[in-house]
Design a protein around this ligand. Structure first.
Ligand code: 6PG
Length: 244
């Protein structure tokens, strides 16, 4: 994994560093390209970060009017469900109305994975073509936030899944392994994640130590872990709240 690893003392310190990084990335992106495209992740770890972004000083420093929010993946549940990644961000961040509604590009996963994947891909394509970033259909996001599961999954890209093999499609329907609920998902894919200008991994909790050790120690066979396949052209950070 070619990311800069930083260990923080606890999840508070981690979330503050992440909010700083996101805010600086946003200001730089708006200065350079007039907008900031941020991909949010689900899971528990980013919740603290979203909470910070929703309150001062971050809420006042973030260029919300020029920030466009996307999601790395979604579970096929209605947005009102406690399992919805969009629902989580809405509750913690969006209900404070930081970004205009037109800047929020959620995955309509309640319509079923295959259909929602097509709709979301169309939404991304429309957005990037209208933004003047060329005709290339694979988008370049300014910052992608990702968690890492104890099994090495990222977004809804699970170890051994066929979705890891695509080189062309930015979004795919996905299925979580048995035991991980809900199983029906929609996910962004590796070619999109790897084209991002910045990838920020947020990892909290000692149950993740093993998988992080495998990822950061080159002698370990990590190649089949989805997180190990993230090799972005841009800046990559791995923020932990433990030492490995
Ligand atoms: C999801 C996520 C998923 C998550 C990891 C880590 O929808 O479940 O996007 O990939 O980021 O499972 O989650 P935690 O932060 O809760 O450990």
């Amino acid at each position: 994994m070619n990311c800069t690893k930083v260990s923080y003392t606890d999840s508070e310190a981690l979330s503050m560093a992440a909010a700083d990084y996101i805010t600086e990335s946003a200001l730089e992106s708006v200065r350079q390209r007039g907008r900031f495209t941020l991909v949010l992740s689900g899971g528990n770890t980013p919740k603290h970060v979203y909470r910070r972004l929703a309150s001062p000083p971050y809420s006042e420093t973030m260029p919300w009017e020029s920030t466009h929010l996307f999601w790395s993946d979604e579970r096929c549940v209605p947005p009102e469900s406690p399992e919805s990644n969009f629902g989580m961000a809405r509750e913690i961040l969006l209900r404070h109305e930081p970004a205009p509604p037109g800047n929020i590009h959620r995955i309509p996963a309640e319509t079923g994975a295959p259909h929602a994947a097509r709709l979301y891909e169309d939404e991304i394509r429309r957005f990037f073509l209208s933004g003047g970033e060329g005709k290339d259909w694979l988008p370049v996001f300014d910052c992608v936030i990702l968690g890492i599961g104890a099994d090495g999954h990222i977004a809804s890209l699970f170890p051994g899944s066929w979705t890891l093999r695509t080189r062309e499609r930015p979004v795919l329907p996905a299925t979580a392994p048995e035991g991980i609920s809900p199983r029906d998902r929609v996910t962004m894919t590796l070619p999109v994640i790897n084209r991002a200008r910045r990838v920020l991994f947020l990892v909290s909790g000692s149950e993740k130590k093993d998988v992080i050790r495998t990822l950061v120690h080159p002698s370990r066979p990590a190649a089949n872990l989805p997180a190990a396949m993230v090799t972005p052209v841009g800046d990559c950070r791995l923020y932990l709240d433990f030492e490995v």
